[in-house]
Write a new protein. Structure first.
Length: 503
C-alpha cells in the first residue's frame, strides 16, 4: 500500500488572502566558553570524537555538576542586550527524555525560572523599516551530543545501517532565546524571521559570547509556524522546523511551511504538531517526530545544583560591559565613511564590514580597505570555497599592502600577487617582498626611461600620434613598458616619462 500523496502547496498570495501567519523563533546559542557548562572538559570544535568527555558530561553515577560562572555571566549579558529583566534567583531543572545523544537521558536546563525574561529586539527589514520582536525568555542549558547515521542515502536515521555517537558536544553551554508569538507580519513574515535571526546573530557576535557559526552548529534556529484564518483570535496548530542552518534558509523554511500548511488546511486536512526537517537542496520540510509538551518532559528541580542568584551589583557590572549595538555602530560607521545604504548593506551581506573596520583601524583608508575586501579578496574566498573571514590573511596584513601601494613600492597588479603569496602562507607582505624582490615596483627612472625609449622606437606611429597631441595614444606605450617590466613599473610614472619623451 502506497502512502497518500501530500496536498499541493497553496500559492503564497492565496495563503495571505486566507490566513494570518504566526511565528515563534527559538534560537540556540553555543557559548564560547573554554569549558563545558557543568564540568571542566574543553569545548573546542572539531576534536576527535569522544576525546572531550568526562564522567560528569557522560552522566556517570556519582559524578556531580558544577555551574560554569563564565557561562552564567554570558547569559546575563545576552539578556541585558535583549532588554530583558534578569531573574534574581532561579534554579536549574531536569528535562527528562530519551535521545541517544544525551548520555544522562535528561538535560539540565531552566524551566520556570529562566535567567532572563520579557525583552525585545528591534530588527531592520529590507526597506529600512524597523520591526520589534518581543522576547519571551532566554534560559541556560547544556547541549547534547551528535549522532552520525551511516549507510543511508539522506544522512538521517531512516534507512541507515548503523549510527555513531560523538559526545564531545554533550554539556557545551547553551542559551536558548525564545520569542513571543510574532503576529500581523502577513506577507513579510518570512522576511521578519530572517531579519530577526540576522540581527540576533550580529548582536551575539558583538557581545563576543559565541562565534555564531551556523555551519558548525554554534547558532541553531528552530522556526515555529502556524496559520489562523484571517479574523480569528485562536492560533492554529504549529510545527517546529528544526536546526535551520543559514539565514536565507530561515526565510525559505518559513515561507514553505506557510504554503504547505495552507495546502493541508485547504484540502480539509489537519496540521500535526510535530518537528520537521528542513532540506537545503530543495527548500522543503519533511516530518520528524510528534512534538512534546512541557508535561511530557516531566521537569523537576535539579537536586545537584544550587540556585543561580546573580547580585544586582554583578548585573550592573555586566551591563557596563555591553558594546555599542551593531546597528548603531553601522549607522555611525556609515556616516563616518560617507557611504550609501546600499554600500553598507553590501558590506554586511558579504560579511566584510568587521574586516573593513579592522583594516581601517590598522591604518588603511576606508575606500581602499573596502575595495580589497569586497572585490579581490571576496573573489579569492569564493575560489577557495571559504567564508571571507576565514581567508588566511588578516586586516593588518591588508593594511600593510595598502601602505606599500601608497608608498609606491607596489602597484595594484603586483599587490595582488603579494596578497596571493600571503594567502599561500608565505608570511606578512614585507616578508613576501623580502623573499621575492622581483615583485618590488621599479622606481629607477633610468631603467624606466630605457624601457620607454625602446617601446617608442618599436612604435614610431604611436609616438607620432602622441607628439601630435593625442595623449590617449600613450596607453599603448605604457602597456608595452608594463609588459617589459613584468608589471613592476609604476604606470603613472611611466606615462609621465612617455609624455616627456614626446614633448
Amino acid at each position: 500500500m502506497t502512502a497518500p500523496e501530500a496536498p499541493a502547496l497553496l500559492a503564497y498570495d492565496d495563503v495571505l488572502a486566507t490566513y494570518e501567519p504566526v511565528l515563534g523563533m527559538e534560537v540556540h546559542v553555543e557559548l564560547g566558553t573554554a569549558t563545558k557548562m557543568f564540568c571542566g572538559c574543553p569545548t573546542a570544535f572539531g576534536a576527535e570524537p569522544n576525546t572531550q568527555v568526562c564522567p560528569v558530561c557522560l552522566g556517570m553515577p556519582g559524578s556531580l555538576p558544577v555551574v560554569n560562572a563564565s557561562a552564567v555571566e554570558s547569559a546575563i549579558r545576552i539578556g541585558l542586550a535583549l532588554n530583558c529583566s534578569i531573574t534574581p534567583w532561579g534554579r536549574f531543572a531536569r528535562k527528562n527524555y530519551f535521545y541517544p545523544d544525551q548520555p544522562k537521558n535528561y538535560q539540565i536546563s531552566q524551566y520556570d525560572e529562566p535567567i532572563a525574561t520579557d525583552g525585545y529586539l528591534d530588527v531592520v527589514l529590507d526597506d529600512g523599516s524597523t520591526w520589534r520582536v518581543d522576547i519571551e525568555r532566554a534560559h541556560m542549558e547544556e547541549d547534547t551530543g551528535k549522532s552520525l547515521h551511516v549507510g543511508g542515502a539522506t544522512g538521517r536515521i531512516h534507512g541507515a545501517s548503523h549510527s555513531l555517537l560523538d559526545y564531545n558536544r554533550a554539556g557545551v553551554p547553551l542559551v536558548e532565546i525564545v520569542t513571543k508569538p510574532i503576529t500581523v507580519a502577513g506577507a513579510r513574515a518570512p522576511e521578519v524571521a530572517r531579519a530577526y535571526v540576522t540581527a540576533l546573530r550580529d548582536l551575539l557576535k558583538a557581545l563576543d559570547v559565541s562565534d555564531v557559526r551556523m555551519d558548525q552548529g554554534s547558532l541553531r534556529c528552530d522556526a515555529n509556524v502556524s496559520l489562523m484564518p484571517i479574523g480569528a483570535d485562536v492560533f492554529g496548530t504549529r510545527t517546529e522546523t528544526k536546526n535551520v542552518n543559514s539565514l536565507k534558509s530561515v526565510e525559505i523554511a518559513v515561507r514553505y511551511e506557510m504554503c504547505r500548511q495552507a495546502g493541508v488546511l485547504q484540502a480539509g486536512g489537519e496540521i500535526i504538531q510535530e518537528t520537521r526537517h528542513f532540506h537545503e537542496a530543495d527548500g522543503t520540510t519533511s516530518p520528524g517526530r510528534r512534538k512534546e509538551t512541557a508535561e511530557d518532559y516531566r521537569y523537576f528541580p535539579e537536586p545537584d545544583l544550587e540556585p543561580v542568584a546573580p547580585s544586582a551589583e554583578l548585573v550592573e557590572r555586566l551591563r557596563e560591559t555591553l558594546p555599542e549595538l551593531p546597528w548603531l555602530r553601522r549607522a555611525r560607521i556609515q556616516q563616518e565613511w560617507n557611504v550609501s545604504d546600499e554600500v553598507m548593506r553590501d558590506l554586511v551581506n558579504a560579511g566584510a564590514l568587521d574586516l573593513v573596520i579592522a583594516t581601517v583601524d590598522a591604518g588603511a583608508p576606508a575606500d581602499a580597505a573596502r575595495s580589497w575586501w569586497v572585490s579581490y579578496l571576496a573573489q579569492q574566498a569564493n575560489t577557495r570555497g571559504v567564508e571571507l573571514a576565514d581567508l588566511p590573511i588578516t586586516p593588518a596584513q591588508v593594511a600593510q599592502v595598502v601602505a606599500l601601494i601608497e608608498e609606491g613600492k607596489l602597484n595594484n597588479k603586483v599587490a595582488r600577487q603579494v596578497v596571493d603569496h600571503v594567502l599561500d602562507g608565505e608570511g606578512d607582505p614585507a616578508q613576501v617582498l623580502e623573499q621575492r624582490p622581483d615583485l618590488v615596483v621599479v622606481r629607477d627612472d633610468s631603467k624606466l626611461q630605457a624601457a620607454v625609449d625602446e617601446a617608442l622606437a618599436a612604435n614610431p606611429d604611436i609616438a607620432q600620434k602622441i607628439r601630435d597631441g593625442k595623449v590617449a595614444a600613450a596607453g599603448k606605450i605604457v602597456g608595452d613598458v608594463m609588459k617589459a617590466t613584468r608589471g613592476q613599473a609604476d604606470p603613472a610614472r611611466v606615462k609621465e616619462l612617455v609624455l616627456a619623451a614626446c614633448s
